[in-house]
Ligand binder design. Structure first.
Ligand code: UT7
Length: 341
């Protein structure tokens, strides 16, 4: 038997119904559609507004779609991982909540948080379990209700983020499809530029933390921007070199969707033509851990068996990295099946 790799064999996504437009944001803070489109490239984002609904609500929707679409028997699922920065609650793990909601009873589950690199780091992690040969059907969910922590009085951060969920099914493959290799990096000294100060064990919620707005996202955009545009192409190019990949043999770049200018700069730095770069930031904004699976879901109909993909992210931590993935199926067929559901 050939070496086992972890192949993505299905993908599904979910975004909440409510759409927050730039026009609407312009009524909340001093901003404009023109500024947001030029500086970030986002036209609208989806927000989960209903009180009492957390990240697991969106994750459940995505997982149910995935299970239907791939004709998966829930009893065969042996692993469930949720990744992101907005768990329903500090514990238990959101993976457990989603498993219960969907009726997955034969799996073990846990959560992974690596900021906006959560999905990338979690994909590499889950792949190792599949590669071991001991796990046959793993569900990985990248989902975030990041609007929970967005300060809608801060014009520098509130246009950026949106809510959403994506889920993939990972199965063993012996024909060389799936996750081939990764480069993952962390630099904790970057933590001062992007964080949520309160709500954890250092600064649990008090009247003071609430009054001082310390439960919201704090970001210094420029240092984050600079680190993102250099680090994402750096690891992506290293990975390409390691595998003898060229701009010709790369079929798709799947970058984290934080800012259209960052996405374009990364593509250019790698020498890739714009048609090879997946972009959907205009409709969803930065959905944190959901950006990569939402991209793959949106572009699934264009993906072909054997396509060479480079996935790359940058996020709070700092965390960044790249994965080389060989796509395992004809995306069009799966997309058609999903449309029938
Ligand atoms: O996913 C996690 C990783 N995060 C990222 O990758 C984010 C990286 N950073 C960025 O994408 C950008 O830095 C931002 C989108 C956050 C900000 O864009 P920028 O081009 O770096 O703007 P800036 O912070 O340098 O601000 C430029 C000007 C300032 O005005 P002055 O001081 O020049 O008069 C801001 O006050 O733009 C002003 N400004 C706005 N104006 C209208 C900031 N936000 C807004 C706004 N509308 N929403």
């Amino acid at each position: 038997m050939g070496k086992i790799t972890a192949a993505i064999t299905g993908i599904a996504g979910y975004v909440p119904e409510y759409i927050l437009t730039n026009e609407e944001l312009g009524k909340m803070v001093d901003t404009s559609d023109e500024w947001i489109m030029t500086r970030i490239g986002i036209r609208e984002r989806h927000i989960l507004r209903e009180r009492g609904l957390g990240t697991s609500y969106m994750a459940e929707k995505a997982v149910r779609k995935l299970i239907n679409k791939t004709n998966t028997n829930v009893d065969d699922i042996d692993m469930v991982v949720w990744c992101g920065v907005t768990p329903d609650m500090p514990f238990p793990a959101t993976a457990n909540i989603v498993s219960d909601l969907v009726g997955i009873e034969n799996a073990f589950g846990f959560d992974i948080n690596a900021g906006c690199s959560s999905f990338l780091f979690a994909l590499a992690t889950v792949a190792k379990f599949i590669e071991s040969g001991r796990y046959k059907k793993a569900i990985l969910i990248g989902a975030d209700k990041i609007s929970t922590f967005v300060d809608y009085t801060d014009r520098a951060t509130c246009p950026i983020f949106g809510d959403g969920a994506g889920a993939v099914l990972l199965e063993p493959n012996t024909e060389g499809y799936g996750v081939i290799d990764e480069i993952l990096r962390t630099d904790g000294s970057g933590r001062k530029y992007l964080y949520q100060k309160a709500g954890g064990s250092s600064y649990p919620a008090t009247m003071e933390t609430v009054v001082n707005r310390q439960h919201f996202i704090y970001q210094e955009g420029q240092p984050v921007y600079k680190a993102a545009v250099s680090n994402m192409p750096d690891v992506s190019l290293k990975l390409m070199e390691r595998h003898g990949l060229t701009t010709e043999t790369i079929d798709w770049l799947v970058p984290h969707q934080a800012n259209l200018r960052i996405i374009k700069a990364v593509g250019q730095h790698m020498g890739l033509s714009e048609e090879k770069v997946m972009v959907n930031i205009e409709r969803y904004g930065n959905t944190t851990a959901a950006t990569l699976p939402l991209c793959l879901w949106d572009f699934e109909h264009k993906l072909k068996k054997g396509d060479n993909l480079i996935l790359t992210t940058f996020g709070a931590g700092f965390t960044w990295g790249a994965i080389y993935l060989k796509w395992a199926y004809e995306g069009k067929q799966q997309t058609e099946r999903e449309n029938e559901l």
